[in-house]
Design a binder for this molecule. Structure first.
Ligand SMILES: [Zn+2]
Length: 292
């Protein structure tokens, strides 16, 4: 089985990105796995601190490990948005493949200082764990928002990216390049799209020289996503789009069977709705890999 680092390098050489999808129950996990296996492309599943608190850090690690072994399939587990070293250590000990250590809300110098410490501490537990650091401001919460924050204020600069990577030793960097967590109502309706600063991505890639993650990928213009991957994005996070599909699918399942109480008879429309979103995103992120 290839390591996550090898899978990312492979994607980078081909000009593809790895899709990262947040899961917090078996409906989402089944949908992501089924879509990735159908297309035969590697995939990452991630859980934020809140999602891990619900599912269980050790529990999800055991499930993903068992799936990986059973199907001999490259599915990787990421500890998404982790705000403390204690929570990071918990994930490292449970066997997560990577972690998003997110202190982007702190002043830059403090973010650098604590992220450097975290890189050292986490790698001493698991040397092959990839550590991602965050700079800039892309808002919080993979939810539906009524209004957009002013993203222009928190954009990352190439110089900041270079300095951050050099001082912390992170393997992966998540910059702010026009992306945003969550979706606006108009995006859920498909009336508007997020747009990305492609030139900034290319400059940050050149300055930092590490793998780059695009957070808040839901509701982004497809063409911008393709260009962002070509400019150096290696991982794209999708969460809100899955959550919207999950809710709609679940409502459908419940409405179709108003008297049903058997969960596994109610859930299939939810699995299918989420799977369709994952399929569509994986096709887009893996255009080169799939054409080869
Ligand atoms: Zn994120």
């Amino acid at each position: 089985m290839k390591t996550l680092r090898a899978v990312l390098q492979d994607g980078q050489a081909k000009g593809d990105a790895v899709g990262h999808f947040n899961v917090s129950d078996l409906i989402l996990l089944k949908a992501v796995l089924s879509a990735a296996r159908e297309l035969d492309v590697p995939v990452m599943v991630g859980l934020s601190e809140g999602e891990r608190a619900f599912v269980g850090t050790r529990e999800i690690a055991a499930v993903v490990k068992s799936v990986r072994e059973e199907f001999d399939f490259p599915i990787f587990l990421n500890a998404d948005h982790t705000h403390s070293l204690a929570k990071g250590i918990e994930a490292a000990k449970a066997g997560f493949d990577s972690i998003v250590f997110d202190l982007s809300a702190l002043p830059f110098e403090e973010n650098v200082r604590q992220t450097k410490q975290a890189v050292e501490a986490l790698k001493s537990i698991n040397p092959s764990m990839l550590v991602e650091g965050e700079i800039g401001d892309i808002g919080t919460g993979s939810e539906i928002h009524d209004s957009s924050p002013d993203l222009t204020k928190g954009l990352s600069s190439p110089e900041e990216a270079r300095q951050f990577v050099e001082s912390t030793g992170v393997d992966i960097l998540a910059p702010a390049v026009g992306n945003m967590h969550g979706m606006l109502r108009s995006m859920v309706k498909g009336e508007t799209k997020k747009r990305l600063d492609i030139e900034r991505i290319a400059k940050i890639k050149q300055a930092s020289g590490v793998f780059l993650t695009l957070h808040g990928g839901s509701g982004t213009d497809d063409d911008d996503l393709r260009k962002a991957i070509a400019a150096g994005i290696n991982i794209v996070h999708i969460n809100t789009e899955l959550r919207v599909a999950w809710r709609r699918g679940l409502e459908q399942g419940l409405a179709k069977m108003p008297d049903e109480v058997v969960p596994y008879k109610i859930f299939p429309p939810a699995v299918e709705a989420v799977k369709q979103v994952v399929l569509s995103r994986l096709r887009l992120f893996n255009g080169k890999r799939r054409a080869a």
